[in-house]
Design a protein. Sequence first.
Length: 494
Amino acid sequence: MIRALSVTEVRAAERAAMAQLPEGELMQRAAEGLAAVATARLAERDGRSVVALVGAGDNGGDTLYAAGLLSDAGFACAVVLLPDSGRARVHPAGLRAAELAGAAVVVAVDDPAGAVQAVAEGDVVLDGIVGIGGRPGLRPRAAELVDAIADDAWVIAVDVVSGLDPDGLDPDGDAVWADETVTFGVPKPAHLLPAGEGATGRLTVVDIGIETDEFPAAVERLTHDDVAELWPVPGPGDDKYSRGVLGVVAGGETYAGAAVLAVTAAVESGVGMVRYVGTPTPVGLVRHAVPEAVVGEGRVQAWLVGPGLDPQATGAEASAQLQVAREALASDLPLVLDAGGLDLLTETREAPTLLTPHAGELARLLSRLGPTVTRADVEREPVRHARRAAEQTGATVLLKGSTTIVVGPDPGGPVRSQTDAPAWLATAGAGDVLAGLAGTLLAAGLDPLDAGSLATLVHGVAADRVSGGGPVRALAVAQALRPTVRDLLRRADA
Ligand SMILES: NC(=O)C1=CN([C@@H]2O[C@H](COP(=O)(O)OP(=O)(O)OC[C@H]3O[C@@H](n4cnc5c(N)ncnc54)[C@H](OP(=O)(O)O)[C@@H]3O)[C@@H](O)[C@H]2O)[C@@H](O)CC1
Ligand SMILES: Nc1ncnc2c1ncn2[C@@H]1O[C@H](COP(=O)(O)OP(=O)(O)O)[C@@H](O)[C@H]1O
């Protein structure tokens, strides 16, 4: 699992480490790590010149020391000081080290044209304007200099891309767009959350000797190595009931195929059994496409309600199906609530509950529970809106997107953030597959946070497998779940 710490926790971890180390040691380690990465990138690109954009804080200090090391190593190094007060506010010892090593110093406020020219000449650009002390956005001088970076330069953000909210909550405004971020000790939320992930580029974590395991994570990301630990693998004593029966209330006369996709995904991901409840058309399709599924009500360990379900549908059969859906919501069993089923949520459930909206559905849900929220609002601040929905409903919320985030109702709990899928997965029916897969995991007894994030990871890996760089269809993703789970489980034996 990859863990990111909030700025507050990072500072606490750094304080604890600093208490054991000589003054300035952490910054030296950070600078050495940064210089080593920059040296490797220069070598890969046959580059000779480095330019360092330097702000007023310790992030600028790291960058100045690294520029000194790179200068010592023989690279042509320029440092551009951004603060209005010029030399006065940058890290004094770092500046001395860079100058002693022979780096050329340009004070942007005194020589704006020289600063632009220096920036344009860098084969590698170090963004040391701000790190974890930064507020979102770039000031005009910084923005102008960032614009001057050559298109083919390799931009390395120091610790956190300047312009981002390091905690990854505020929407990204004007920010540096890095090819790579070299971060110190532990990832920060901006590296893993939608607001900052794109601008962060490749993430390289440099060990500077700070202990972070004891500190709570703000953001977590499951990796392939986590699958074997979390996946419900049956043992000799299991039978189909003990492995978990999933009741699926999905599909209707309008969106009949959603039922096939969700039920297929549940069966392909190894559910003990599916009991399917639908109207005549999807019942016929499910019987034909998934002979393993049992049609009709019965005892289940968890429910999936919603894919392709029309909560406004009328007529005897649709009403009977909606009645089962409402009973599932009112039950004390774990529940995945997706798509049309989200409209049926009227009160807080006590049992484990996973809501799986996309941005539009989350906006609709929040608007039903409080003031109007638009899809654009959710897309601008996904974590805040998912958290709000989780707090208001008492459920775990899985907000789908290119980065999918999963948050539980405890506001202090971590955000799970997954980016495993190719953009080809943005296709109709993909969400129905995810819902079926999440249902399998909930029926097997996983809690909603693990079920949601593990399902998202496996769904994304399966999509990647069937894509191979080309289009995917949702049914193929569902059918790829079996080999995908098998291969991910095999990693543990390898
Ligand atoms: N702590 C440690 O032990 C270690 C820390 N390390 C390093 O320290 C970094 C944190 O350093 P930090 O705390 O000095 O904050 P930092 O990110 O340099 O920014 C603060 C300055 O930025 C300014 N500023 C803010 N927003 C701005 C904006 N949008 N645009 C422009 N300026 C803006 C603000 O100035 P003001 O607004 O007052 O003018 C303030 O002075 C961390 O990321 C890591 O690299 C490593 O050495 C390892 C050990
Ligand atoms: N740009 C993207 N990159 C990767 N995955 C994406 C992207 N956009 C959407 N997805 C994923 O595709 C699926 C789409 O789900 P959803 O919108 O509910 O589709 P449907 O309702 O048609 O089944 C979700 O799992 C989502 O995370």
